[in-house]
Design a binder for this molecule. Structure first.
Ligand SMILES: [Fe+2]
Length: 195
């Protein structure tokens, strides 16, 4: 007797549904874990705020070592942390990224200070591109999936600080530019080579 036939019909239907959606849920689960990590790290920003620097020549980025992140986080989040990578970023007014993806990693970023503007670009199968802009102020957490393409900038008047979580760990990032009705790749940076 299989498990599903031993269950009352509604429960069997539920089980079948859960099993059917499990593969698609993987990215969602990773994204949810990233949100929890980013929110917890932002809520405990006083533990790492002394690390933050501001650099007029370019955005400051700092990979937070796993042990340092674990020391800040509740043990219930350590399993999520094992599969993730944490970066701290500062953004002076006017600083920002090019359009980029995250090499298949899902993730989330939390704004700790100031505000960040995100331009998100999607390329529907029907052709062309769609873009949307959103403002994330301190306290907001922005989750994203493994195919997310965005550009993040500090369009405000004061420095911003954010914490970014990627899961699995960031292996590469491809940059893009908008050209007509499409995205054109402009480069790829890889872990171990470019950072
Ligand atoms: Fe990004």
């Amino acid at each position: 007797m299989t498990l599903s036939t031993a269950l009352p019909l509604p429960a069997a239907d539920l089980l079948a549904t859960v099993l059917r959606v499990r593969p698609a849920d993987d990215a969602t689960a990773r994204r949810t874990g990233a949100v929890a990590l980013a929110a917890a790290l932002a809520a405990n920003a006083t533990a790492w705020a002394d690390l933050v620097e501001y650099r007029p020549a370019g955005r400051w980025t700092h990979r937070l070592e796993p042990a340092a992140a674990a020391a800040v986080l509740d043990p219930s989040l350590h399993a999520d942390l094992d599969a993730a990578e944490v970066w701290l970023l500062s953004w002076l007014p006017g600083q920002g990224t090019p359009l980029h993806d995250h090499g298949g990693s899902a993730g989330a970023f939390a704004v700790v200070q100031g505000a960040l503007t995100e331009l998100t670009v999607t390329a529907p199968r029907s052709g062309g591109v769609r873009d949307a802009t959103a403002l994330f102020s301190a306290g907001r957490v922005r989750p994203f999936g493994p195919h997310h393409v965005h550009r993040v900038t500090n369009d405000g008047a004061r420095p911003a600080v954010s914490v970014h979580v990627y899961t699995p760990r960031l292996r590469e990032m491809t940059t893009y530019r908008l050209a007509g009705q499409g995205l054109v790749r402009t480069g790829t940076e890889r872990a171990g080579t470019d950072w």
